[in-house]
Design a protein around this ligand. Structure first.
Ligand SMILES: O=C(O)[C@H](O)COP(=O)(O)O
Length: 206
């Protein structure tokens, strides 16, 4: 039995376009972000994918992406569960700052460490380790049981809350996770084995 889990980072947001750290702030999608979300839905529809349940975060850019994907595959009314556990990593004091200004102020390397390391948090914010500590329990408690029962699940969330989950699914380490980037609006289509490990993964590029 195929156990289907699809992860999708939200489409481009207004603050992605402005190159601002976003975290728990709540900007909407840009026109491009809306089109990215619709394209993700179209590619899933071409694969014949249908879902039994969807999960998203408490932030509107992920919720809008989830809704647009479901509209494109013809499931506009699918039950969708929103939970703060799937929110983007909190960027704390960096939220709202321009990323290039931050690089100029603190240096390229320090900003890269804040953005991509496993256990170094931005000032006043969450490290990826902190994000794993809320995403993984939620995945194990609420999402994985459904996948293992054969429910086809969509998770529409954020770059770092999904990096937290992909780290576990793909068996990445604190040494390898810094190189993982997730593009906006590109679905990751996983199938899981009986023992919850990954049987297959497909990245639905544009
Ligand atoms: O929260 C944000 O700023 C973005 O969604 C993710 O930012 P990052 O790619 O710099 O971690």
């Amino acid at each position: 039995m195929n156990r289907l889990l699809v992860l999708a980072r939200h489409g481009q947001s207004e603050w992605n376009l402005k190159n601002l750290f976003t975290g728990w702030k709540d900007p909407g999608l840009t026109e491009l972000g809306i089109e990215e979300a619709r394209n993700a839905g179209r590619r899933l529809k071409e694969m014949g994918v249908q879902f039994d349940i969807a999960f998203t975060s408490d932030l509107s850019r992920a919720q809008a992406t989830c809704k647009l994907i479901l509209e494109e595959i013809g499931q506009p009314n699918l039950k969708t569960i929103a939970n703060q556990a799937l929110n983007e990593r909190d960027y704390g004091d960096l939220s709202g700052l321009n990323k290039d200004d931050a690089r100029a102020r603190w240096g390229e390397e320090q900003v890269h460490v804040w953005r991509r390391s496993y256990d170094v948090p931005p000032p006043g914010g969450e490290s990826l380790k902190d994000t794993v500590a809320r995403v993984l329990p939620y995945y194990i408690r609420e999402i994985l049981p459904r996948v293992m029962r054969g429910e086809r699940v969509l998770v529409a969330a954020h770059g770092n809350s999904l990096r937290a989950l992909v780290m576990v699914l793909d068996g990445l380490t604190s040494e390898t996770i810094p190189s993982l980037e997730l593009a906006t609006g590109i679905p990751l289509v996983y199938t899981l084995n009986d023992d919850t490990t990954v049987a297959g993964k497909k990245v639905l590029e544009g």
